[in-house]
Write a protein that binds this ligand. Structure first.
Ligand SMILES: [Zn+2]
Ligand SMILES: [Zn+2]
Length: 418
């Protein structure tokens, strides 16, 4: 046997027991989204390449280096989605959602794709759960978005995660700030890394985000966005802060936090493990994008959202205990297997997980399998059981055995399990 095929580099199989973490995170996230009254939206994994080029920005790492973009057989340039917000904004515009009700609270869960360097342990297919609130610039929407992220994190019992936030201004106040930042960066240009020298021209705020020691030092006294906000932006930021303070949601202001994507305005935030001081591994990242819908050809629609990295969250939680089946059936002939299927149907109807043994030749090997699966109870059906309408019920933990009439089985299972 040769293993002729293998998964593509950076594209992982996720299976048991690891899958239990993913299921747990997704179900907690879904429950929290539901409790905050967010509705699910599912968008395709493929979009026109231009959607991301315009929204994320051509001078970002994602669009420059990391997108899976190709021409299909019809000559159309398509990209596997590298993130969830642009597709959801496209959906909002395409279906004229603002005509029904401009205010929408949406969530999504699904795979994203970036052509990252796998040697750094990065995945090329990864998974995110995210939310977007469209149609309001009320800072309370920012508070609620951050509260929702905080609720999911604490529901997953992930501790020592801290929130950082910043305001990166708006089209009114940002141009003057960028001018000042550019001239500052010009004065320290020699001390910046090669990437940052380029960024200083194309996307200067990204320089503040660089994790390299030299760049951190060179930009230690760079102008800060929060000192250059217009009245509306600083009012918005203080509205957000007083909301968080009132709810006692801890956070720190981090003026280096700019987020990598072009479409953000005003609020940007991240949740990252506290020990990860430069937040290389944010588990939740989000912000306000008041001009994205407009930029994509829709009506002016202020909005805010976040995305949570499911793999990153999975790295922070313990694997949930996976329970074995409540009942494992051991039928000793093909006739008794028919009876097992019928009785399993009755028990499944009462919510008991059942598996029926087959393939194993002997009663001993079937009992071994029941043990390996962690079954609570075993039901043996042999010749006599078949003829006289009963089963032999055995508790795996202590070997207790009971003869139970078919009709009494659901009750007996309930009694034996407890
Ligand atoms: Zn402003
Ligand atoms: Zn740098």
């Amino acid at each position: 046997m040769t293993k002729e095929f293998r998964s593509v580099q950076g594209f992982n199989d996720i299976l048991s027991p690891e899958i239990a973490k993913f299921q747990h995170i997704e179900s907690v996230a879904r429950r929290c989204f539901g409790l905050f009254n967010f509705r699910e939206v599912r968008t395709p994994v493929l979009e026109q390449a231009g959607l991301f080029e315009r929204s994320i920005g051509t001078s970002t790492d994602i669009v420059e280096k990391e997108m899976y973009t190709f021409e299909d057989k019809g000559g159309e340039r398509l990209s596997l989605r590298p993130e969830g917000t642009a597709p959801v904004a496209r959906t909002y515009i395409e279906h004229n959602i603002d005509k029904q009700d401009a205010l929408q609270r949406w969530f999504y869960i699904g795979p994203m794709f970036r052509h990252e360097r796998p040697q750094r342990g990065r995945l090329r297919q990864f998974h995110q759960a995210g939310v977007e609130i469209f149609g309001t610039d009320d800072p309370f929407a920012d508070v609620e978005t951050i509260l929702l992220a905080d609720t999911i994190i604490s529901s997953l019992a992930v501790r020592d995660v801290t929130a950082r936030l910043n305001s990166i201004g708006c089209p009114v106040c940002r141009p003057a700030y960028l001018k000042e930042l550019r001239s500052y960066l010009g004065s320290v240009r020699e001390r910046l890394c090669e990437d940052c020298r380029k960024r200083a021209d194309t996307n200067p705020m990204r320089v503040l985000d660089c994790k390299k020691e030299g760049c951190l030092e060179a930009t230690a006294s760079a102008p800060r966005t929060t000192d250059h906000l217009c009245n509306d932006c600083s009012g918005h930021l203080s509205g957000l802060r007083s909301g968080l303070d009132a709810l006692k949601i801890p956070y720190t202001i981090d003026t280096r936090l700019v987020r990598g994507l072009d479409y953000y305005s005003r609020t940007v935030f991240e949740f990252a493990p506290a020990r990860d001081t430069r937040a290389q591994n944010a588990i939740v990242a989000g912000g306000r994008y008041d001009y994205l819908v407009e930029l994509l050809g829709g009506p002016h629609t202020p909005a805010i959202g976040f995305a949570m990295g499911i793999e990153r969250m999975a790295a922070l939680i313990d694997t949930p205990v996976q329970r074995g089946p409540a009942v494992f059936f051991v039928p000793l002939s093909s006739e008794s297997r028919v009876k097992a299927v019928r009785l399993a149907g009755v028990l499944r109807h009462t919510g008991r997980t059942c598996e029926i043994g087959y393939g194993e030749k002997t009663i001993k090997s079937m009992l071994r399998r029941a043990d390996r699966l962690g079954a609570d109870l075993v039901i043996i059906i042999g010749e006599e059981e078949l003829r006289d309408g009963f089963v032999t019920l055995k508790r795996m933990s202590d070997g207790t055995q009971e003869r139970v009439n078919d009709a009494d089985l659901p009750d007996a299972v309930g009694r034996m399990k407890s």
